[in-house]
Write a protein that binds this ligand. Sequence first.
Ligand code: PBG
Length: 323
Amino acid sequence: MIQRPRRLRANAAIRNLVSETQVRAEQLVLPLFVREGLESPKPIKGLPGVVQHTKESLHAEIDRALAAGIGGVMVFGIPNHRDADGSESCNPNGVLAEAVRAIREQAGDRLVVIADLCLDEFTSHGHCGVLSPDGSVDNDRTLEIYAQMAVVLAEAGAHMLGASGMMDGQVGAVRTALDAANFKDVSILAYAAKYASAFYGPFRDAVESALEGDRFTYQQDPRNIRESMREIKLDAEEGADIIMVKPALGYLDVVREASQIVDLPIASYIVSGETAMIEAAAAQDLIDRERAILEALASVHRAGAKIICTYWAIEASVLLSNR
Ligand code: PBG
């Protein structure tokens, strides 16, 4: 036998020498939930250690993020007041804009501050856009609100906006609005391939989602991949700076193909339900939690997403540096 692949697995040093994938802390992005009017941090079911933040607990979490050396944060705001048009989304003193401003004041440019640009936390019906009289999501009127919201979040100091609503033309509309307001350097993380997934369950609790019904008319059908490539190309043409594939673990084929068809950086989001599955299995001692976390991150990275959004961002940074 001449070929013995096991030679390169003989000890940790040689395995490290030939390792193909290095997840780095500075490419991890931590999702953060900030709840208006909260008195103390509120845990989220299924996601140990993840909470809805108060202003104070947000400050402490950003300190931890800075110490861990992660790459960025993705901020979601949960307002007190919701209405049909999601008007709080465009309030310059609303919960999301305030949180973005506070994080920038604290972290400056040491973290990439990404603000979620979507209406679902702000609408009384829970959809990612506003509704037409017949109850369907009105794509084009939603774009007008996204455009306003983009400028509000840029003014608050967001480095990047996460266009996550899956409306047609959203990247172009946001780019045009940002440029017109002279925010030419605020970048767009385009959720080009966002699937209508059952794995968003715990997140809906985290943002106290009011959604009745589903998002099948705007988020993508999990059975498709060619459709994602169409979405990705459109977003790239409209001015996306980074392409997001979401969820991550069930969609590694999409991540791989995305990384091959565009030359933009690819991000992927290990979503709440994917996280909760690993946590639940680990809590029952069915799997080794820390190894499972690192393996999940390596898988997403290996598939082609160098930027990974994960609730484990801070913890994983510590695990990676201790290896
Ligand atoms: C909607 C949004 C969702 C997530 C982030 N932004 C899900 C949804 O469509 O309800 C899910 C994130 C997660 O599950 O971790 N703007």
